[in-house]
Ligand binder design. Structure first.
Ligand SMILES: Cc1cc2nc3c(=O)[nH]c(=O)nc-3n(C[C@H](O)[C@H](O)[C@H](O)COP(=O)(O)O)c2cc1C
Ligand code: SF4
Length: 443
């Protein structure tokens, strides 16, 4: 198990973003194939593949695709979540920038499978270059008859629109994304069973499919090559590949497509190993998941089950490596600052709790920690986790609980000695001024 370039097969081909080069490399074969298939056959192929959503939660993709009403009686929508706000994750950016037609193919197939005629790519506002690349690719697909009316003479229609976000992490949460797309404030909605699933009443209350960029790209690969072929790779429950965005203290940062189940340490070695020191910790799936010590890293394989069994998550694949010069308390201070800044404010545990977490971590990491602060942090986390309106609250609490579990002695050292256990005297600045609301009030 190691690097397995299924989605990235053509990533480095010169001019692959251009539709002619894409077609010359087998592009749109899957769409041509699917044009002759019944929608249910496409859904069943995805089921056979065992594909699970790559946006973080790993939910079986076919269940969503199967959940929309199977008729064209009323509008259905296909949404692509390209918000990619999870710190440490940058795979969707590369997929869109380098191989945009793979995503377009995946969305067309999803449209065929779910009786949808309209798709939206909700892309984060900072991704200007990828958005332009996607714009060009969509125009090319229209010109070749893969998008628009009566696609390839099938009688099926499908249009794709790009919608740029305004830089809010919360707008990657699917219900907040739908609110934002509709022009409302990017707040989340009630969840099932208190509200219908998006497949029943999503954007504009119409049946809606929402998947991550990588999920649609994998679906395109599956329809071209078959679900059975995809299911040959990976583990029993985590099929296929996962793109891991490797960053931090490694020799070669970047996106690595690996077979599911690849040992964590193997990925680290592929990235050239730890830079400027020895391994202190890895966050395997983005800043929302629990940090792992080296001895834990040795046991982890990069699939949903192994990560879960070892107390962390594969998440969105934001794989961050830290050497022994890393101050874990400062790392958590900065992480909590992010969640405080991104909390949408709709519910009290997250709105207030994320501020409390940052305040406590800030005072510890500036030498003003008090006895009992670690217990206070854990208490605040327990008031946020599972009690918040959406997943952002949990995401703010989990990394801190994980860091205290794995590196408790560093928190205690800071509180007792009023300085960093690793001799790091740099305290990152408070960046609240970038919050436009706070910036305005301070004028
Ligand atoms: C706070 C928060 C932020 C999220 N951000 C993203 C994101 O940027 N991209 C994404 O695909 N999913 C994100 N998700 C997960 C989505 O809500 C949703 O589960 C996902 O888009 C479903 O696609 P999938 O089934 O293909 O994984 C986020 C969830 C939460 C709670
Ligand atoms: S947990 Fe609550 S305050 Fe935090 S982002 Fe979600 S809805 Fe907003």
């Amino acid at each position: 198990m190691a690097i397995l370039n299924l989605l990235f097969e053509h990533r480095d081909v010169e001019g692959i973003g251009n539709i002619d080069v894409w077609e010359a490399n087998g592009g749109y074969e899957g769409v041509r194939k699917a044009a002759a298939l019944e929608p249910q056959v496409i859904v069943d192929e995805i089921k056979t593949s065992g594909l699970r959503g790559r946006g973080g939660a790993g939910f079986p993709t076919w269940i969503k695709w199967n959940g929309l009403p199977k008729n064209y009686d009323a509008p259905h929508y296909v949404l692509c979540n390209a918000d990619e706000g999870e710190p440490g994750t940058f795979k969707d950016r590369e997929l869109i920038l380098k191989i945009p037609h793979l995503l377009i193919e995946g969305m067309i197939l999803a449209g065929f499978a779910t009786y949808s005629k309209v798709g939206y790519v909700y892309i984060r506002g900072e991704y200007v270059e990828p958005a332009w690349q996607l714009r060009k690719a969509i125009d090319q697909a229209y010109a070749k008859g893969y998008l628009g009316k009566n696609i390839l003479g099938t009688g099926r229609d499908f249009d794709i629109y790009i919608h740029m976000g305004a830089g809010s992490y919360e707008c990657g949460e699917e219900s907040a994304l739908m609110s934002s797309l509709m022009g409302e404030r990017g707040n989340p909605r009630l969840k099932f069973p208190h509200a219908p699933l998006p497949t029943v009443a999503g954007v504009w209350q119409a049946p809606t499919l929402i998947n991550n960029v990588e999920t649609y790209c994998a679906a395109a690969w599956i329809i071209k090559h078959s679900g059975e072929e995809y299911a040959k790779y990976g583990t029993e429950k985590s099929k296929g590949t996962k793109i891991m965005s490797v960053s931090g203290h490694v020799a070669r940062t970047g996106n690595y497509e690996i077979e599911m189940g690849t040992p964590l340490m193997e990925l680290l070695n592929m990235a050239g190993g730890v830079k400027d020191g020895v391994l202190k910790a890895v966050i395997p799936g983005g800043s929302s998941v629990q940090i792992m010590r080296p001895e834990q890293c040795e046991k982890i394989n990069l699939d949903y089950e192994s990560c879960g069994a070892n107390g962390t998550l594969l998440g969105s694949g934001g794989f961050m490596v830290f050497n022994d010069k890393t101050d874990i308390v400062q790392l958590m201070r900065r992480t909590s600052q992010f969640y405080m800044h991104e909390s949408c404010g709709k519910c009290t545990p997250c709105r207030e709790g994320t501020r409390w977490l940052f305040k406590i971590l800030d005072r510890i990491a500036s030498g003003n920690g008090q006895k009992g602060d670690v217990e206070l942090l854990l208490d605040v986390c327990s008031q946020i986790d599972g009690r918040s309106y959406c997943g952002l609250g949990d995401a703010a609490a989990w990394p801190i609980v994980g860091a205290i579990k794995a590196f408790r002695s560093e928190f205690d050292y800071w509180i007792e000695h009023k300085r960093s256990p690793i001799g790091n005297t740099f305290v990152p600045p408070v960046v609240e001024a970038v919050n436009p609301v706070l910036a305005l009030t301070s004028v």
